[in-house]
Write a protein that binds this ligand. Structure first.
Ligand SMILES: NC(=O)c1ccc[n+]([C@@H]2O[C@H](COP(=O)([O-])OP(=O)(O)OC[C@H]3O[C@@H](n4cnc5c(N)ncnc54)[C@H](O)[C@@H]3O)[C@@H](O)[C@H]2O)c1
Length: 313
């Protein structure tokens, strides 16, 4: 049966891919976004679809809608954007979660929270299982995002315990792909844009910190599988690609794939920058029968093509 689905942050990078997939499955999709980091351009091609509706709204304020499911994706995800107005970031995570949970409670909808690997902070154990409680600085410059997302997880579980709400919590690890914002200085998009423009590639520290990169199509399939999993499985579940690369390896790979003449330069490491990040995805494999399929080279190729086209217009 087709469902009516709300996607908050639906005009953002991951949200817009999610809207596309949910429409392909024959659902009605209501996309809500305040366009802080997202853009109408990301969903423009969906506007002619009779099953798609776009609403400009900020989830810090209440919203009344009748839907069967809510994917709560709204929140700036790159440090440059979430640190632009840290108090607003916390409001989006916390008040936004309260508003969306209230909406779901009123109409008895199932609700999924896009949480993050940042809840593990600068992890003291590696790789990270869901059972790890994290090593988060509560007063640093990343805290508005990390602690906001941690509080949102708490709210989801309290609504589940107190009101029997059907919840799903996913912890997303570094995801990349077309429609990333070219100016948000996230590592993959930043390196690709710098390489394509022939500018210096800025590596923080020595570049020996590691990250795991998941292509957006893989992630979106995991998100939808989580929403459709049995009610008893509420998470949190890690969704990400366990393949681990140093930032320097990534920079070199992108220079090679773009054929760029860019040079690598080394900048000071920002504070609280995690030294390593890699998900354990055994739970997702077991409960969702999910694991990423797209290799880094293949995902990078598609992302480079996207940015190449974008920079030419
Ligand atoms: N991309 C990643 O690697 C990653 C990793 C971990 C978690 N996540 C989470 O996934 C979600 C989507 O991330 P993304 O990478 O697509 O980021 P994004 O910035 O492209 O998308 C976020 C969207 O939310 C919208 N938004 C922000 N504040 C809002 C508000 N108050 N009301 C309504 N809309 C608002 C933005 O305009 C944007 O369209 C976020 O919740 C993020 O924390 C992403």
């Amino acid at each position: 049966m087709n469902k009516k689905i709300l996607v908050t942050g639906g005009a953002g990078f991951i949200g817009s891919h999610l809207c596309e997939e949910l429409l392909k499955d024959g659902n009605e999709v209501v996309c809500v976004d305040n366009y802080f980091t997202g853009s109408k351009k990301n969903v423009f091609h969906l506007m002619d679809n009779k099953n798609f509706e776009l609403i400009r709204h900020d989830i810090v304020y209440t919203l009344l809608l009748e839907v069967d499911e809510v994917y709560n994706m709204a929140c700036p995800a790159s440090p440059v954007h979430y640190q632009f107005n840290p108090i607003k970031t916390i409001k989006t995570s916390v008040l936004g979660a309260i508003n969306m949970l209230g909406l779901a409670k009123r109409v008895k909808a199932k609700i999924l929270q896009a949480s993050t690997s940042e809840v593990y902070g600068d992890p003291a154990i590696h790789p990270q299982p869901e059972s790890y409680w994290g090593n988060v600085n509560p007063i640093g410059i990343r805290s508005c995002y990390d602690e906001g997302k941690r509080c949102a997880e708490t709210l989801f579980f309290d609504y589940h315990r107190q009101h029997k709400l059907k919840i799903k919590v996913i912890r997303i690890f570094n995801t990349y792909g077309p429609k990333m914002n070219p100016n948000d200085r996230r590592v993959v998009s930043n390196f690709i844009v710098q390489a394509l423009k022939g500018e210096d590639i800025t590596v923080y520290g020595k570049g020996d910190q590691t990250r795991s990169f998941c292509y957006v199509d893989d992630l979106v399939s995991g998100i939808i599988k989580m929403m459709n999993s049995k009610d008893q499985f509420v998470g949190p579940v890690n969704l990400g690609n366990p393949g681990e690369f140093t930032i320097l390896e990534l920079a070199k790979k992108i220079i090679e794939m773009t054929g760029s003449k860019s040079k690598i330069v080394y900048n000071e490491l920002p504070s609280d920058d995690p030294k390593q990040r890699k998900p354990i995805i055994d739970l997702a494999k077991k409960e969702l029968d999910w694991e990423p399929k797209i290799k880094l080279e293949d995902g990078l190729k598609k992302t480079i093509e996207y940015f190449d086209k974008l920079l030419r217009v």
